[in-house]
Ligand binder design. Sequence first.
Ligand code: AMP
Length: 307
Amino acid sequence: MTDPTDTPGGAAPDPADGLPSGARTPAPALARTPEELARMRARLGGRVALVPTMGSLHGGHRALMAAAREQADAIIVSVFVNPLQFGPGEDYEHYPRDLGADIRVCTEEGADLVFAPSAEDMYPGEQIVRVDPGEMGRVLEGEFRPGFFSGVLTVVCKLFNLVRPDAAVFGQKDAQQLALVRRMVRDLNLPVTIAAAPTMRDPDNLASSSRNAYLGSEERRSALALSKALLSGADASLTGPVGILSAARAVLDEAVAGDPPVTVDYLTLVDANTFAEVPSDFRGDAVLLVAARVGGTRLIDNVPLTL
Ligand code: AMP
């Protein structure tokens, strides 16, 4: 594969090479540094939408780019594996990275610019000042991954300042992250509109994720319990929080005893606005959330419910 680092600041290699000329779409411009980004951003007219990603792009990311197109005239996709949001012993070193493949996806989805900086360019010195996600960032994912949301919000804030988008698109797949980004924008008066795209699923209903690549075929079979549990919970939505949770729990309990086993970090029903657990008489927008490990792979999934 062509090493995209061979074309700093220039157009990415044309991924349509070898196709009939009618099938060619222009490759997005590629910015490798904040300075290159600033130069290229200044040339983009109209409304600009940002799609922040860590790369290894799949159908979920494609859906975000399609949603971005509805928000703006130009789409910028950032591809950056953010070291600040990985804890010790997590998969920062092993996280799948393939910028050439990512650029091909961005080309197919009609992105205008890909911003793929190095960690050194994003964090030239120690990142002393960080965004504090508050209590909402310390529960659920924040409890199992201490510092995660501070790392996420800090890099999202930096990306907003570097890209200066009119809109940014995030996935419902990471529901707590989406809610915290919305909250950061509100609490810090950031001049950007946040749009959400629904969770994309693979044909077997597993939520699409870059980390699915870590799963062996048996592990993947066990992992399907997550979406099955959410579906079962959603089917019981008329019975209220207790019924929803027990329907979902019954599916997970089987998977916990399965082979390979699923280890559940949490299964919970939260208020969509606060991410606090709902009381049994709750009415309003809620999210049924699950996080679990299969082998060495940690997976999250959720379904929004109106009670
Ligand atoms: P990531 O590259 O995993 O950090 O994700 C970048 C963005 O893509 C985030 O806003 C995610 O919520 C979103 N995303 C990841 N997977 C999916 C999916 N299966 N469906 C919709 N959005 C997704």
